[in-house]
Design a protein around this ligand. Structure first.
Ligand SMILES: Cc1cc2nc3c(=O)[nH]c(=O)nc-3n(C[C@H](O)[C@H](O)[C@H](O)COP(=O)(O)OP(=O)(O)OC[C@H]3O[C@@H](n4cnc5c(N)ncnc54)[C@H](O)[C@@H]3O)c2cc1C
Length: 383
C-alpha cells in the first residue's frame, strides 16, 4: 500500500504510543488478565486515534479506511495481542455500524465519547449457543411502550468487564432470522445487565473477556442503530472491517521471524549456530514468503475497500490466510526456540498463544471458507 507522509506520521505516532504507553506495562497486564482500558483509551482518544475514520461531527478525523489499516499494522509493535485486539473492538468492531447508520442522538451519546476515549465499547454478537451461526442467536429485545426489554446473554465479550456500553445484536421480532434482528446501544450500567464472569483464556490475556447476562434490561427504542430488523445486515457489514482489522496483524509475523533469527544465530548446537541448519533457514525463508503474501493480499483488499468496492470475498480470504499463516509462524518459531519457546516469558510463546484465537474469533476459518465458497457460487443451498 502506498503510504503518504500523513500515513507515515500516523504510523510513527502509534508505534511511539506502543513503546511508551503499552509495552512497559504488558507483563503486568498479561498477569492481571486485564488492562486499564479507560486510562489507555483516554490517551489514545486525546491523540485522535480512536476516530480516524469516524465522522468529524462526532470528534472523528473523517479519514478513509487506509488510516485505520496503518494504525492496526502499527499496533503490531505492541508486545502482546490483547491490547491491540481491545482497541480494534472499540474502533473497528463495535462502532462502524453506529457511525454509519446511527441517529444523531445515539451517535452523540455513544459514538462521540467512544472516539474521545471517555467510553469503552464492547460488541455483543456471540452467545453460549450461537457463535459461528450468528442468525441463531436467542437474546430478545421485546417492545414495551417506547422501550425495549432485553433478555438473554452474550459470551466471550471482549472489553466486557469494563465497557460503558455494548453494541448488542438481539431479536426484535419473530420471522426470518436475517430480518428479525436489530443492533441496540445498551449502557452497561443499566439495571439487569450483569457481568456473570470473566473468562480465563489461553492467550490474549491482557484483554478481558466476559460472559454477560441480560435480565429484563430496559432501554429506549431510540437507542437502536438504524432501522429495525436490519441488525443482521449491519453486523455482516461491520464484520468486513473487523476481518480486515484482524488480518492487519500480518506484519507481526515478520517481527517474530526476525526475533527467532536473532536467537538462532546465537544459539549453538552440534558445533554451529542453529540457524545454519538448512531445514531451519529454508523454513524461515518460506514463512517470510507466506507473511509477505498475506500482506499483498491484505493491501489489495484494503485498496479495493477504500475505493468503495464490496470486498466480502477478499476480506474473508485475508482473515483466513492471515490466521493460518500467523499460527504457522507461531508454531514453527516456538519449535525453533525449543524449551524457551515453551516458556511463557518469551515473546514467541505469547504470539503463539495469542494467535491461536485468529482461526476462531470473528468468524472461524470454516466460516470464512463458507463465505468464500458462497461468493464463488459453489456453496450448496444447504451448505
Ligand atoms: C478471546 C475471544 C474474544 C472474543 N470476542 C468477542 C466479542 O467481543 N464479541 C463477540 O460477539 N464475540 C466474541 N468472540 C466470539 C467468537 O467470535 C466466537 O467464538 C466465534 O465466532 C466462534 O463461535 P463459537 O465459539 O460458538 O464456535 P462454534 O460455532 O461452536 O464452532 C466451533 C468450531 O466448529 C467449526 N465450524 C463452525 N461452523 C462450521 C461450518 N459451517 N463448517 C465446518 N466447520 C464449522 C469451526 O472450526 C469452529 O471453530 C470472542 C471469542 C474469543 C475466544
Amino acid at each position: 500500500m502506498f503510504l503518504t507522509p500523513e500515513h507515515e506520521e500516523l504510523k510513527r505516532t502509534v508505534e511511539r504510543f506502543c513503546t511508551q504507553e503499552i509495552n512497559p506495562h504488558v507483563e503486568e497486564w498479561e498477569e492481571a488478565g486485564i488492562f486499564p482500558a479507560h486510562e489507555v483509551f483516554g490517551k489514545l482518544g486525546s491523540l485522535g486515534l480512536l476516530g480516524l475514520t469516524k465522522p468529524e461531527a462526532y470528534g472523528g478525523a473523517g479519514l478513509d479506511y487506509s488510516y485505520s489499516v496503518v494504525m492496526a499494522e502499527a499496533l503490531g509493535s505492541c508486545r502482546c495481542g490483547g491490547v491491540p485486539m481491545a482497541i480494534g473492538v472499540q474502533t473497528d468492531m463495535a462502532t462502524p455500524a453506529l457511525a454509519r447508520f446511527g441517529s444523531d442522538e445515539v451517535r452523540t451519546q455513544f459514538l462521540a465519547p467512544s472516539i474521545s476515549g471517555e467510553y469503552v465499547a464492547c460488541l455483543g454478537v456471540s452467545e453460549v449457543g450461537a457463535g459461528s451461526d450468528v442468525a441463531s442467536l436467542k437474546t430478545t429485545a421485546r417492545k414495551d411502550g417506547g422501550d425495549y426489554v432485553i433478555n438473554g446473554g452474550k459470551m466471550w465479550t471482549t472489553n466486557g468487564t469494563q465497557a460503558d456500553w455494548i453494541c448488542l445484536l438481539a431479536n426484535t421480532s419473530e420471522g426470518s432470522a436475517h430480518r428479525n434482528k436489530s443492533l441496540i446501544c445498551v449502557p452497561m450500567k443499566t439495571r439487569g445487565v450483569e457481568v456473570a464472569r470473566k473468562l480465563k483464556k489461553a492467550g490474549m490475556n491482557s484483554s478481558d473477556t466476559a460472559q454477560l447476562h441480560f435480565d429484563d434490561v430496559r432501554v429506549p427504542q431510540r437507542y437502536r442503530i438504524g432501522e429495525e430488523g436490519m441488525g443482521f445486515m449491519y453486523q455482516m457489514m461491520q464484520f468486513q472491517e473487523e476481518r480486515l482489522w484482524a488480518a492487519a496483524g500480518w506484519q507481526k509475523n515478520k517481527e517474530i521471524i526476525r526475533e527467532t533469527i536473532d536467537y538462532l544465530r546465537e544459539r549453538q548446537a552440534f558445533g554451529k549456530p542453529l540457524l545454519d541448519n538448512q531445514f531451519i533457514y529454508f523454513k524461515l525463508a518460506e514463512l517470510q514468503t507466506e507473511a509477505e503474501a498475506v500482506g499483498a493480499l491484505f493491501h489489495k483488499a484494503v485498496a479495493l475497500y477504500v475505493a468503495g468496492n464490496d470486498v466480502t470475498q477478499l476480506a474473508s480470504m485475508c482473515k483466513l490466510k492471515a490466521a493460518r499463516v500467523a499460527r504457522e509462524v507461531g508454531d514453527w518459531c516456538v519449535q525453533f526456540w525449543g524449551g524457551m519457546g515453551y516458556v511463557e516469558e518469551t515473546r514467541v510463546n505469547r504470539f503463539w498463544r495469542d494467535t491461536r484465537l485468529s482461526s476462531i474469533g470473528g468468524g472461524a476459518d470454516e466460516v470464512m471458507l463458507g463465505i468464500i465458497a458462497k461468493t464463488m457460487g459453489i456453496l450448496p443451498r444447504n451448505g
